[in-house]
Unconditional design. Structure first.
Length: 135
């Protein structure tokens, strides 16, 4: 896996093993949560380790309930966690907060915005492949 440029990662991210130590849980537990679609983790961190954005966690270190729905929507559309992370970094409106900043206060809005972005990307991709096939 390739390493992600630092500008694509938030300042509030931790390698999965560091987060596990901080939460006092085995790293395997976080890895299982990632595989089960309960935790967004981005591959390509230092040493190939997964990086976990901290904004998806509540004050006790548990993933927000909305994270499962976001990951389910992404998986259903074959969108990788890295792309989901990028979508959540998009600003809500011109100069507004990033979508991930609204996860705690407006989770339904964030889910709808991500689903719409996924739909828009799928229709754009589908349209370009249809045009390619006709050429």
């Amino acid at each position: 896996m390739r390493a992600l440029p630092a500008r694509q990662l938030d300042t509030e991210t931790l390698p999965m093993t560091w987060l596990a130590a901080r939460l006092g849980v085995p790293p395997e537990r976080l890895a299982a949560m990632r595989r089960a679609g309960e935790l967004i983790a981005i591959g390509g961190g230092p040493g190939g380790e997964y990086i976990v954005p901290l904004w998806q966690l509540d004050d006790e270190g548990h993933p927000l309930e909305i994270v499962k729905e976001l990951l389910a929507a992404a998986r259903a559309a074959a969108v990788r966690p890295e792309r989901l992370h990028e979508l959540l970094r998009v600003r809500a409106g011109l100069g507004g907060p990033r979508l991930y900043e609204l996860l705690h206060s407006e989770p339904a809005y964030v889910l709808a915005a991500v689903r719409e972005a996924i739909r828009a990307e799928a229709s754009t991709t589908k349209g370009s492949s249809t045009r390619s096939a006709r050429a």
